[in-house]
Design a protein around this ligand. Structure first.
Ligand code: MLT
Length: 411
């Protein structure tokens, strides 16, 4: 008789963004004439920049000709893209990577979800709280956690609370942990760490033999100087950190799908017999077994991100969304709300008015202002009493959304 992976039953019924989509669909059915503005899921709305489109068109044409047609590509990504990534994203920051340390993939969501497979089930996982739900949910699925407790926390997981009191900067765990998920700029709070603050984590990982899983999907949104864009800007990080980067948010690839993960050959973990095993060959084994690579057409589009025109066009894209972030921030501040983020990240994190709980505020915004955001508690128990709005909407809707918050909410 077939049996199930019981760990799935430990999870709440649906994934956060699926639950929001369900609620919004119901509201739309009940209120068909409502003009609902969605600033919930962090999905981009601007079209792909022209240089990316041109490169993809050309790649489509290549696929029509026997001489230039491509079948399976390398599971790790085409060398033409990997080299551009290294030369543009890393070398100028003094970071040297070998081509076989970069793995192109169909998205950071897949990679941050799958990476835990190469680690033993006995590792203790630390996550910042609140944070992008995929890190925790995938560890629950794998069986690395105990049940969800009445306090809203899974057992055997170290939650690093981030709140207004600690300025959303996680403190080192009190007890030893083995795997640490850090997301900087942070989703959902928009927090970034300075080099000095990030060095604390790298030093911890080196001392404790821990591995940092560093999600830098939003690095292109960093505006302030002196904030690291890559964890490898910190000395010693290449021995303890895996970094995840994405084309979704910097170049509009949420629907096109392309990202990459850096697994330096110097990052190791212990075998049961105490031998030090590099993680790079394990990830390579995992990817070559379970993944057949990103489509050639998509990788050609991603390569175009690194042309002079591509770099200029994605800068404009980021500028567009960051202008929205300012509209949201300034608008909310002007009505006396407490607001965080939106400076080095496309997310604005606010305290719900009058201490409402996060889902109650979600319902209020939806029913009174026809506006969708994301309840902070969906990102973890420390997100309760907070709410996230994204800057990824179009400019007009973003302005309209703030106007509605100012004028339609009943006190
Ligand atoms: C979010 O809204 O947090 C993001 O869209 C999640 C993602 O990138 O998968």
């Amino acid at each position: 008789m077939a049996t199930i992976n019981e760990n799935y039953l430990k999870l709440p019924g649906s994934y956060l963004f699926a639950e929001i989509a369900r609620k919004v669909a119901k509201f739309k059915t009940d209120n068909p004439s409502a003009n609902v503005i969605r600033l919930g899921i962090g999905d981009v709305t601007r079209p792909l920049p022209p240089s990316i489109i041109a490169a993809m068109h050309q790649a489509v044409d290549e696929m029509s000709n026997e001489a230039t047609f491509r079948g399976y590509g390398p599971e790790q990504g085409y060398p033409f893209l990997i080299q551009k990534i290294i030369d543009t994203d890393y070398i100028p920051r003094g970071i040297h990577l070998d081509a076989d340390e970069v793995f192109v993939s169909d998205g950071s969501k897949s990679d941050v979800g799958n990476i835990q497979e190469i680690f033993g089930l006995n590792n203790t996982v630390a996550i910042t709280d609140p944070v992008y739900p995929v890190y925790l949910d995938t560890n629950v699925m794998a069986g690395r956690t105990a049940d969800l407790g009445a306090n809203g926390r899974f057992g055997n997981v170290v939650y690093l609370s981030c709140n207004a009191e600690n300025n959303f900067i996680p403190a080192l765990p009190a007890a030893k942990v083995d795997l640490i998920y850090l997301c900087m700029p942070n989703n959902p709070t928009g927090t970034t760490l300075t080099k000095k603050q990030l060095k604390v984590w790298v030093d911890y990982a080196r001392e404790q033999d821990a591995v940092i899983l560093y999600d830098a999907a939003y690095e292109a949104y960093i505006q302030e100087p002196d904030i690291p864009h890559s964890i490898y800007e910190i000395e010693g990080a290449k021995e303890v950190a895996i970094e995840f980067r994405s084309f979704s948010k910097n170049a509009g690839f949420t629907g096109t799908r392309c990202a990459f993960t850096v697994v330096p050959k110097a990052v190791t973990a212990l075998t049961a017999s105490g031998r030090r095993q590099p993680l790079n060959p394990l990830w390579n084994r995992r990817q070559t077994t379970k993944f057949n690579g990103v489509p050639y057409i998509v990788q050609k589009g991603a390569e175009a991100v690194y042309t002079a025109a591509g770099q200029h066009q994605i800068k404009e894209l980021i500028g567009y969304y960051m202008a929205n972030a300012k509209v949201i921030r300034d608008g909310l501040l002007s009505i006396g709300l407490t607001v965080f983020g939106g400076v080095n990240a496309p997310y604005i994190w606010l305290k719900t008015p009058q201490g409402m709980d996060s889902w109650a505020f979600f319902d209020k915004l939806l029913t009174e202002a026809h506006l969708v955001g994301t309840p902070g508690s969906g990102f973890g128990p420390s997100g309760e009493g907070y709410f996230r709005l994204t800057a990824f909407g179009n400019q007009e809707n973003t302005r309209e959304a703030i106007e509605r918050i100012k004028t339609r909410l009943k006190v």
